[in-house]
Design a protein around this ligand. Structure first.
Ligand code: SF4
Length: 451
């Protein structure tokens, strides 16, 4: 049972960190100061936390970065300030903090039995297989995903595009775009001009906040000349991780220009962001979101990821949704099950947990702001968690169907079944044993969706 209480947002006091004890409000609101003081190394983090955090925590962090991390460390001060927000941070509060858990993974978070699922893969949604030109995934009949930049102002530990996004880590040598950025964007626009069946373009990456605004504005202006494009969604976690970016007056003026062109053409331009914990929704985040709406964006929506130890209770999900909706005018939209990428098993939830969470959060939020919990099923696309066709709870294999036919689908694909797999450590003993036996075989059994 959830008890609703309206909570006023409070910006945690960054001066509780010894390294930021003299940082002024003006500096904190300055995007250049935020970018210049991002934490990329353990040494920089130590300089921020001073003696509050002990060596054991940093050793745990180093161990993760050198052995398991699929993403480099890159944390804005804004994000770090939402970790252990109400106390001077120490080992214990940092270890337990939901934002720390997904933005700054440590080795002891990860599972030692099944750290990766046997079916985990770097591009688990096979997006690159569906590129029609480099960086443009055409999976659904009427919508595309344009990866316009392969970097972000912050890197999330569980990033589903870990194959492409950010610098390489000791464990993951990242894919690099081959085309020059200007050529890549030009080819994306050429494809869209030649493909009038596409009406909806997700402009993503990476994070669009890392494309210099004049380049992004130029791309969006050209996109808005394509008659068939009716919906544009800008993907930016920076609204939460670096809200200062979306408060820069020249950027806001640019959003106003884009929104004015879109309004004239009757095109909807929205922003999609990514908050996973209520503590991330601070007054600055709310200010940035409302500034985007005042500048003319049609909506700001949240696409979170369901993560164990972060937001896997009805209370955590509803607190987050109400913080977004009440205080920041952000519409809760989706929560995705974490994709089956390497080193993610400690974050992933089984499908049945997502189904229970979906049921538990019904009836509190307005219908338009009740998020759908979805599973992004490889080759099948986003499916609502209750759309599952069959579900073997012992082996943790769910099967799914899809009705649409995308450009890469074959005529008989409507008859196909596609699989998603639960984390093995959540299965009953019989299921765990089955997977152990399977993975001792030279070739794991093929999933039917795989080609
Ligand atoms: S902001 Fe998005 S693209 Fe960037 S690391 Fe996080 S999840 Fe990945």
């Amino acid at each position: 049972m959830y008890t609703y209480r309206q909570q006023e947002l409070v910006e945690p006091d960054w001066r509780r960190f010894p390294g930021w004890k003299d940082v002024t409000v003006q500096q904190w609101r300055d995007v250049q100061w935020q970018r210049a003081h991002c934490v990329k190394t353990v040494r920089q983090l130590r300089a921020v936390t001073g003696d509050l955090v002990g060596d054991a925590f940093f050793a745990d962090l180093v161990r993760d970065q050198t052995t398991s991390a699929t993403m480099s460390m890159l944390l804005t001060p804004q994000l770090i300030n939402t970790m252990a927000p109400h106390t001077p941070p120490d080992d214990e509060s940092l270890r337990a903090d939901p934002v720390r858990r997904y933005m700054m993974p440590i080795a002891s978070d990860r599972r030692t039995d099944w750290p990766s699922h046997p079916y985990a893969s770097r591009d688990s949604l096979h997006e690159a297989e569906m590129w029609v030109t480099e960086g443009l995934t055409h999976r659904y009949p009427t919508k595309v995903l344009a990866e316009v930049v392969p970097t972000c102002p912050q890197y999330c530990g569980h990033c589903t595009r870990m194959d492409l996004v950010g610098p390489s880590t000791p464990g993951v040598d990242k894919y690099r775009f081959a085309l020059r950025p200007a050529d890549r964007l030009a080819r994306i626009l050429d494809y869209l001009r030649a493909t009038p069946t596409v009406r909806d373009v997700v402009v993503s990456g990476g994070d669009v906040a890392n494309l210099p605004w004049p380049h992004l504005e130029d791309f969006l202006t050209r996109l808005l000349t394509i008659e068939s494009v009716r919906d544009i969604r800008l993907a930016s976690k920076a609204l939460v991780g670096l809200p200062q970016h979306w408060l820069v007056p020249s950027t806001v003026a640019g959003i106003e220009r884009i929104a004015a062109i879109a309004a004239k053409r009757g095109v909807s331009v929205a922003m999609h962001t990514h908050a996973n914990a209520a503590s991330q929704v601070t007054p600055l985040v709310a200010e940035a979101s409302r500034t985007m709406l005042a500048a003319g964006l049609r909506d700001v929506r949240n696409q979170g990821v369901l993560l164990a130890g972060v937001n896997d209770t009805p209370q955590a999900l509803l607190d987050l949704c109400f913080a977004l909706l009440n205080e920041a005018s952000v519409t809760p939209y989706y929560f995705y099950l974490c994709d089956v990428i390497p080193q993610a098993e400690h974050w992933r939830l089984p499908l049945h947990r997502a189904q229970s969470l979906q049921d538990a959060i019904m009836g509190y939020l307005p219908g338009f702001a009740t998020p759908r919990l979805v599973c992004d099923v490889p080759y099948a696309g986003k499916r609502w968690v209750h759309q599952v066709v069959s579900y073997d709870r012992v082996r943790g294999i769910s099967t799914w169907a899809k009705e649409f036919r995308g450009p890469f689908d074959e005529a008989d694909d409507a008859e196909r079944r596609y699989e998603y797999v639960d984390p093995i450590h959540t299965l009953p003993a019989e299921g765990r044993l089955w997977w152990t036996e399977q993975t001792n075989q030279p070739q794991p059994p093929a999933l039917t969706g795989a080609r």
